[in-house]
Design a protein around this ligand. Sequence first.
Ligand SMILES: [Cu+2]
Length: 298
Amino acid sequence: MRTPVKLGVFAAGLVAVFGAAWGVGGAMNAVGSPGVTSSPASSHGHDHGAHGGQAVTGAPGGLEITRDGFTIEPERTVFTPGETADFRFTISGFHGMPITGYEELHEKRLHLIVVSRDLSEFLHLHPELGEGGVWSVPLTLPRAGTYRAFADFAPYGVAPMTLGVDLWAGGDFEPEPLPEPGRVARVGDYTVTMMGDLVPGRSSKVTMFVTRDGRPVTDLEPYLGAHGHLVALRAGDLAYLHVHPEEARDGAAAGPGVTFHAEVPSAGIYRLFLDFKHDGRVRTAALTARTRYAAHSH
Ligand SMILES: [Cu+2]
């Protein structure tokens, strides 16, 4: 088990690097801080880690309302901004009837992600499954605009899939420009720094490093079966990347680093949303990442 040891040392080194950066104030705003992307441990992880080099198979999810015979069917798609309404939908199968049996994925039978198409708004909800396979959740679209709702689920005996459907909130819409690519996101007192790179065409390992007021957070609370939940969407078409947390085999540390494997279908710009739980509250940190090709690919 060479890799975990190396990564442990790598993470400890980053604590030191980031600690020092905080000392000089604001240095962490730098995009692609030296020592992060060029770390030998990091590139080594890409080449020989558990998922390193693994080809990405299949088209990205979330771009279609129907795939492999399964279709998301919302009862309504138009909402009033700022008003809470029940969002009800079914997932139908080949026979056109709603699916009622689902596997559990990250502790839930269905994850519903709703984002504005400019990626400035993000909601992560867990609808309830009612009679007849009808999913239902109170939904508030915060501002006017076009939204994409993603249902992430696995019918019994079927591989997990993501279907997407557009929703609308009427009114004047001011699109927000996508924030510049960078490695740092702030939410409240928390700062999240991304280590590792999204490499097109394969599974990429990224670690989200969480600090609060400059100190590493080491008591992240479990959330959806891990110490964080990451959603990655491609800017431009909102392709929904398949991301899974590193298996907590050796009693994974509750921070400051939370590691994920993301399947990146292409070069481009992606918006990453990290949900983590601390002090009893789930928080979402968002950052924009540009893919990087491996320094030496064979
Ligand atoms: Cu979820």
